[in-house]
Design a protein around this ligand. Sequence first.
Ligand code: FAD
Length: 328
Amino acid sequence: MQKQYDIAIIGAGPAGIATAVESLIFGLENIVLFEKTSNHSATIRKYFDDKKPVDRDWKGISVDLKGHIDFDDGTKDDTLNIFEKALKEHLLDAHFNTEVVKIEKAEKLFKVITATNESYLTSCLVIAIGKMGKPNKPEYDLPKTLKTKIQHNISDCKGDEEVLVVGGGDSAAEFAYFIHADNKVTFSYRKEELTRPNPKNRKNLLDAASKGGIEMKLGVDILGVEDVEGRCKVAFSDGSSHLYDRIIYALGGSTPTEFLSNTPVITDEKGKPVVDEKNYNSEGIYVAGDIAGSLGGSIALALNHGYNIMQDIINDRQACKERIALSK
Ligand SMILES: Cc1cc2nc3c(=O)[nH]c(=O)nc-3n(C[C@H](O)[C@H](O)[C@H](O)COP(=O)(O)OP(=O)(O)OC[C@H]3O[C@@H](n4cnc5c(N)ncnc54)[C@H](O)[C@@H]3O)c2cc1C
């Protein structure tokens, strides 16, 4: 007979791992975690620079941690180690290289279907797939020929290049600051005022700019990008244009609406998941982490979502308890 789980968690980032750890601590052992990449925390691995200080109060939002995973300011490695340790200590049943592509209702259960067409039955679902699988792109078309020169992180910035960083938040400020010592960097944001980065990132960026290390182009839109002999020719709304070796777009991520449309998750008119303050979506379904919020999330918020979900299942949500009892 096919094995049935009490809870299937999709996505092994901070939210998915926290939900799994809290489940085990609160005595729910029959759980499984699916992760599409070969390791946990794909967003942190791919988008965090090695030099990046990981802020607990990301975007200046202070969060009181409620759960059992201890997370504080640290480096990228410190942060990955916290999740590595949590996975190992709790012997989580984690399936890596397992992308979930579809979820169907199967009477009182859910059928989780993977890209390789394997299927798993579960009573409850936690969707924690984040938003960075689909980083936001600008509205204008980007030349396909510049694919290797236009990116969403700085891992390919090896130095001695003219780089344009586009965005107005913490990630954009950090990216520009981290690469400015080895590259000629321009920071482009469509608004006049830089209000979104936290005080530390704002100060780093503006200090570097005041010393001439970063050129600031504020209050100017980008009208388009052209391929000129393998370089990125950028046309700005102030009438200027410039050739860059590389463009980094740090515009955040978007809700994976296509994935959600292949699941029983209830969404609003924009395709975003409907969630209450306990991360509950609909009978047997919870949504955690970045995709649960309309604004950008944070690691601390994702950890608290895992705790909220377990508290809700254990204490309040009778419908989930019944579903779990049914699968026994
Ligand atoms: C450049 C940058 C810097 C940041 N700096 C900070 C910081 O300093 N401090 C802070 O608190 N926050 C920071 N953040 C935000 C933080 O990374 C996120 O809030 C956090 O990672 C959200 O966790 P999550 O579990 O919701 O999603 P994610 O971390 O995105 O994890 C989702 C996981 O789900 C997996 N997945 C996706 N689709 C599927 C599928 N179909 N099947 C199976 N698995 C799937 C992904 O591979 C991934 O491992 C930063 C973000 C960026 C982009």
